[in-house]
Design a protein around this ligand. Structure first.
Ligand SMILES: CC(C)(COP(=O)(O)OP(=O)(O)OC[C@H]1O[C@@H](n2cnc3c(N)ncnc32)[C@H](O)[C@@H]1OP(=O)(O)O)[C@@H](O)C(=O)NCCC(=O)NCCS
Length: 197
């Protein structure tokens, strides 16, 4: 079971915060949070190649509320790896609103979803991000193990977390899974009612 080595987000000022599954109703607000944190240019990153028109893993996409405000969010996406197209997960984006950062919310979202992914039987998680943050959750540099993401210009940021034995020995290139129809994706673009932003 993963725990936070540096603080316990479940106990530190925890009474005014909680996690929920991301629902279609709040997805536009989550997109806005990601835009605020990463900028709208985020969509040009190589990792978005593996998200565009792909349905996110709904059971692993969670949001964090603090004092009633949407304060953080994490998403996961199905990907395929290597010539045998082994199923894996792509983590991201993970973001916490800047004025809520540094108080354990990002770690809370990570611990919750990593444990859930393991319980759901997933084999491996990959992401592109700052190693200094993700190392504490067990992520390793992925390139030395033969994993690569087409289009990623900073391969040292590609990291992986094996959730089952034997995953490190079968590196390969990350591939998109089959896209879903526009109808299925429509819920992600519902307008946010005024006053709920
Ligand atoms: C990265 C992020 C999700 C972390 O969430 P958070 O709620 O602020 O993090 P927590 O409070 O759980 O953990 C804070 C710890 O993470 C570290 N940390 C935060 N961002 C970091 C980064 N980009 N690189 C390395 N370490 C980082 C802090 O130094 C702190 O370390 P400490 O516990 O040793 O003091 C959040 O700060 C964020 O959205 N940042 C903007 C986006 C970003 O920089 N992403 C980089 C990762 S891809």
């Amino acid at each position: 079971m993963l725990t936070n080595q540096t603080r316990n987000p479940l106990s530190v000022e925890a009474t005014k915060r909680h996690l929920e599954l991301e629902t279609p109703v709040i997805s536009t607000r989550v997109e806005r949070l990601y835009d605020d944190v990463f900028g709208v240019g985020r969509r040009h990153k190589a990792s978005y190649t593996f998200r565009d028109s792909i349905a996110q893993s709904r059971d692993l996409s969670w949001v964090a509320y603090e004092e009633g405000e949407l304060a953080g969010a994490i998403r996961y996406w199905p990907i395929a790896v290597g010539p045998s197209k082994r199923p894996a997960l792509l983590l991201g984006p993970l973001a916490v609103a800047s004025h809520r950062a540094g108080r354990g919310l990002g770690s809370l979202l990570m611990i919750k979803t990593l444990n859930l992914a393991a319980r759901l039987g997933h084999s491996m998680i990959l992401l592109v991000g700052d190693p200094g943050f993700y190392r504490r959750f067990g992520f390793l540099p992925a390139s030395p193990w033969g994993f690569s993401m087409p289009g990623e210009t900073r391969p040292e940021r590609l990291q992986l977390l094996p959730l089952r034995q034997g995953q490190l020995t079968c590196g390969g290139e990350i591939e998109r899974v089959q896209p879903v129809s526009a109808t299925v994706l429509a819920w992600r673009h519902q307008p946010v009612p005024a006053g709920r932003r």
